[in-house]
Design a protein around this ligand. Sequence first.
Ligand code: 9WN
Length: 460
Amino acid sequence: RQDGHRAAAPGRVLRELGAQVLWANWTGASTVPSRELYPHQWSWDSAFIAIGLRHLSPLRAQLELETLLRAQWGDGRVPHIVFNDAVPLDAYFPSPDFWRSTTAGRAAGAPAGVQTSGIVQPPAHALAAWLVHRADPGLSRARSFLARLRPRLAAWHRYLLCARDAGGAGLAAVVHPWEQGMDNSPCWDGPLSRVEPADPAAYRRADLDHGAPEDRPTDLDYGRYVRLAEVYRDRRYADAEGPGAFAVEDPAFNALLIVSECALALIERELAADDAESGDSAESAALAESAAERRERADALTKTLVDRLWDPRRGLFLCRDLCAPGRDGELVPERGVTGLIPLVLPGLDRDITATLVRTACGPHFGLEGPARLVPSYDLTGPAFDPRRYWRGPAWFNTNWLLEKGLRLHGDHPRADGLRDALLEAAVTSGFAEYVDPYTARGSGARGFGWTAALALDLLL
Ligand code: 9WN
């Protein structure tokens, strides 16, 4: 299937192939990223998958988000993995017995009826919920989809904005590279270097049963991931004691939080209008006020993002390593695609958006040549590797976000070019997990959930 469908695959063929992937990965209540490599539900994958699934089945797209949010913890966190009990324990590492959500997670309010991880992933969910609602507002109202999800989304954002404000400036910090979602990005090499790796004999990497070692993070990276997760678990997932050995303010994570705050404001305005229509004026006024506060918060957070993470010299946002020496830690001098993602923000200064587009098109990311898709890391950087996961390959979710950002700021020709390149790479690679940024040759899993979903979204 890999190279069987050429660039000009008509929309109908692409839609059918993308739908086949999403149907094959559907488990009855949610979608796995990949049957082999990732056989459970992942948090930000589900958000992107719901955005595509809404075009095929608005009901399934609603269920996708509902299933994830049912696994929310009492403190508001949405776990990065919701485990499927029917899958053998050794199919994925770390498995539920590692995270111990129902015991170690109890103090933080982990739910009893489902096993989850204890860390989070980027908050794209309110954005997804809004888009899913818009796909079929009648069905959404009939199932009270937004009304049921809103309190959960609000608690999720509150958790990130309060419990995760490790830097004290208002931005959310991630405490593990898996939380940011770009696991082995060179942006983490510095912050991770202080982490003592766990003993490799104490665990088995199930990912290497399905993924080529040269495509995946190294054993040294894994040792550090495991150590960080163990320490957080053994502290019972408590955030109040302050960050452990790793705490980073990340541009993409916070940009998605801001975009989702704006989406949650739209959700609240919609619900306020419904309440006004049904005569509940007190509830309607409360929702409208909350929506207005969220808009203001989104503007304030955008300013903070610029103050704390913008690097005018490099022309992109950087990660802030909060555990580095100094009162505010230090900016990490690596160019990762995370630093371009704030292009999705509606409230960014024109100068900054123009600079971000220049950076995306320039030698470091090569959007106007030589790259076909925007790489995950600086093409000229010392750590660049076109095969290894988040150290160079191009990913479909980050490119989809950049396509949205270009379009939002009125750059339709570039957005069209990126969309066409994404669609071509998705279909010719068999909906690969990631591709070589120069050749668009696929690597990692095939039939990958968000690749199919976001291609469907771009088609329509
Ligand atoms: C760890 C599921 C996830 C994505 C991440 C991606 C990868 C997991 C892994 O797969 O991470 O969470 O086992 O490598 O880096 O972004 O959500 O697709």
